[in-house]
Design a protein around this ligand. Structure first.
Ligand code: ADP
Ligand code: MG
Length: 340
C-alpha cells in the first residue's frame, strides 16, 4: 500500500497544512474549513473556495451531459460558500481540455455554467484555459462575502447542540450506483440520478441559518456525514451521537434500496455529494429555528443527533432507537482503498 493510500486525502493535506500558519493573519482562516476567510474590515470578510473535477475520477463524460457538468462544477463550489453562511459574489473557471474535446462540448459546458451563474446571480470573472495531455480537468474558484459576525465555522459546535441537516441524504450516492451498477433501473429512479448530477447548493438556506447566533457550527455534506461529522467533531473537539432512525431518507431511495436489497443508511452516511448543509444549533433554540425555517422554506430541518463535549477523544457514535450500533461508517476519501 502506498503511503498516501495509508494516510488518505485528509492525512495528506495535514502533512503540509500547518506549515503556512506563520504567514497567516490572525483574523483570517486558512486550510481546514469549507472556505478560507479573508477579513476585509471590522464588518465584512471574503470567503474563498476552490474545487477540482477530473474526468474518470469525478465524472465519466458519457454518463453526464456537458451542460450538467458545467452546472455541477459551479454548484459544488457554491455549496462551500453556503456552508460558511456567505453570499457568492464571483466565480473563476479554469479548464484543461484534451484533443478529443469538441467545440460543441465546451459550448454546452459553458451554457450549463451560465445557467447556474444566472440562477445564483454570480458572474464568471476570470479563469484559465489550457491543453491537457490526458483527462479533461475543471477547476472552479468562488469568492463570497459575509458579515464577520455571521461566519459559520466547523470549529464552533457546543455541548448539547442538536445536529441537523437540511434535506434527504443518500440520493446522490444511490444515483451514482444506478449509473454504474443498476443501469436497467435508471429510468425508474431518474430522480436519484438527477440528485447526483444536479445537486442544489443551499445558498439561501445557509444565508438564513447564518443570521442566527444560536446556529454554532456548519459545513456542507460533500463526502457523506460518516466523514463530514468527523470534521466538525475534530475541529470543535466534541463527540457526536447520531440517531440513525432520524436520518431523512427520500421515498425514492427507500424504494430503490428495497428493490435491490441495499441498506439506505450506507448511501446516506457513507455516500457523498448530497450538498445539504450539516449544522449544530443550541438545543434551547431548536424548536424556534425549526418553525422559522419551515415558515421560510416550506421544508423542515431534520435533527439527527446531539453534540457531547465530555470524554477524552472525540468520537462519532451511531444509535438506532437508542441502541448503540457497532457498525462504523466512513465517507468518501480519494486515496483510501475502502471507504470504511
Ligand atoms: P470541501 O469538501 O469542503 O471542499 P475539502 O475536503 O476538499 O473541503 O478540503 C478540506 C480543506 O483542505 C479545505 O479547507 C481545503 O481548502 C483544504 N485543501 C484541500 N486540498 C488542498 C491543497 N492541495 N492545498 C491547500 N489546501 C487544501
Ligand atoms: Mg465543503
Amino acid at each position: 500500500m502506498s503511503d498516501i493510500k495509508k494516510i488518505g486525502e485528509f492525512g495528506l493535506i495535514e502533512t503540509f497544512a500547518d506549515k503556512f500558519n506563520h504567514l497567516l493573519d490572525k483574523n483570517n482562516l486558512g486550510i481546514g474549513d469549507d472556505a478560507a476567510v479573508i477579513r476585509i474590515d471590522d464588518d465584512y470578510s471574503f470567503v474563498v473556495t476552490t474545487d477540482m473535477l477530473v474526468e474518470k475520477i469525478h465524472f465519466i463524460s458519457d454518463k453526464i451531459s456537458p451542460q450538467e457538468l458545467g452546472q455541477k462544477s459551479l454548484i459544488v463550489n457554491l455549496s462551500d460558500i453556503a456552508a460558511m453562511g456567505a453570499v457568492p459574489v464571483a466565480s473563476f473557471l479554469s479548464v484543461a481540455i484534451n484533443k478529443n474535446t469538441s467545440l460543441e462540448y465546451v459550448q454546452q459546458f459553458t451554457e450549463g455554467y451560465l445557467l447556474t451563474s444566472n440562477e445564483y446571480k454570480v458572474p464568471l470573472m476570470g479563469g484559465d484555459t489550457t491543453k491537457s495531455p490526458n483527462e479533461l480537468t475543471i477547476n472552479v474558484c468562488v469568492i463570497g462575502k459575509i458579515e464577520n459576525k455571521r461566519i459559520k465555522y466547523r470549529h464552533s459546535a457546543q455541548d448539547g447542540d442538536i445536529v441537523c441537516v437540511t434535506g434527504f441524504l443518500g440520493d446522490s450516492a444511490a444515483g451514482l450506483s444506478l449509473l454504474y451498477k443498476d443501469e436497467q433501473m435508471q429510468e425508474q429512479y431518474a430522480e436519484l440520478i438527477k440528485a447526483h448530477h444536479l445537486p442544489i447548493a443551499r445558498v439561501d438556506e445557509g444565508r438564513f441559518l447564518s443570521s442566527f447566533p444560536q446556529v454554532h457550527a456548519m459545513m456542507d455534506i460533500s463526502d457523506g456525514i460518516g466523514s463530514d461529522l468527523k470534521h466538525i467533531s475534530k475541529a470543535s473537539k466534541v463527540s457526536i451521537n447520531i440517531d440513525t432512525e432520524k436520518i431523512p431518507l427520500s421515498e425514492k431511495l427507500q424504494n430503490y434500496c428495497q428493490q435491490t436489497n441495499k441498506n439506505p443508511l450506507e448511501f446516506a452516511i457513507s455516500g457523498g455529494e448530497d450538498y445539504e448543509l450539516l449544522f449544530t444549533v443550541d438545543k434551547d433554540y431548536f424548536n424556534e429555528l425549526s418553525l422559522e425555517y419551515q415558515k421560510k422554506f416550506g421544508r423542515p430541518i431534520f435533527p439527527i443527533g446531539t453534540v457531547r463535549a465530555e470524554g477524552e477523544s472525540p468520537e462519532i457514535l451511531y444509535f438506532h432507537n437508542n441502541k448503540r450500533l457497532t457498525a462504523s461508517y466512513g465517507g468518501f476519501d480519494h486515496f483510501k482503498t475502502t471507504n470504511k
